[in-house]
Write a protein of this length. Structure first.
Length: 176
């Protein structure tokens, strides 16, 4: 009787192995219909991975699907990024932030000026050299450079306490 030997993959699939070049990887994400006008081929994107929460990766948009998923009202956007150090692997979960091409002015104050109290955001507005008033503000989140956008409650030029706990002053300013 003749012997027969066979080789099988662990998952019992017909492919024994896959050859892949992971020096560049794609991140494919969903962009909602309402946001598609803000995303363009060639735009840069910041990628944060659950595996490396303290690291940011930078990629470039290389494709935007022409078809919307009817269930989610979103389109697939493909981003390419280099993976020279091999940290990025297929199947990782990522959060992508796109850099908008539109410049818009916004009113900002240092993040240290905003105090959260009773589920509201407050700053201390300078009324006179020795008088301050707590003012409720509506904020739109902090930027990586330590500024918070203020959508309501202040106007450009208003002096606020720069460090809510130290009472040193700063001036609300417009940034792009």
């Amino acid at each position: 009787m003749a012997g027969f030997e066979g080789v099988k993959s662990i998952e019992n699939t017909p492919n024994l192995f896959t050859i892949a070049d992971l020096s560049q990887v794609w991140v494919v994400c969903d962009v909602f219909e309402n946001d598609l006008g803000e995303v363009h081929i060639g735009d840069s994107a910041d990628i944060r991975l659950n595996a490396y929460p303290d690291r940011r990766f930078r990629g470039t948009v290389i494709d935007i699907s022409r078809v919307l998923d009817p269930a989610t009202r979103s389109a697939k956007v493909r981003i390419v990024l280099t993976n020279n150090n091999g940290l990025l692997r297929p199947g990782m979960f990522a959060v992508v932030t796109f850099r908008s091409r539109k410049l818009r002015q916004s009113l900002v104050v240092p993040a240290t000026a905003v105090m959260r109290l009773h589920d509201k955001d407050w700053v201390f507005h300078k009324e006179s050299p020795k008088a301050f008033r707590r003012v409720e503000v509506q904020t739109a989140g902090a930027s990586a450079d330590g500024w918070v956008e203020v959508r309501a409650g202040l106007k450009a030029g208003d002096e606020v306490i720069e460090k809510a706990l130290d009472f040193s002053t700063a001036v609300a300013e417009k940034k792009e």
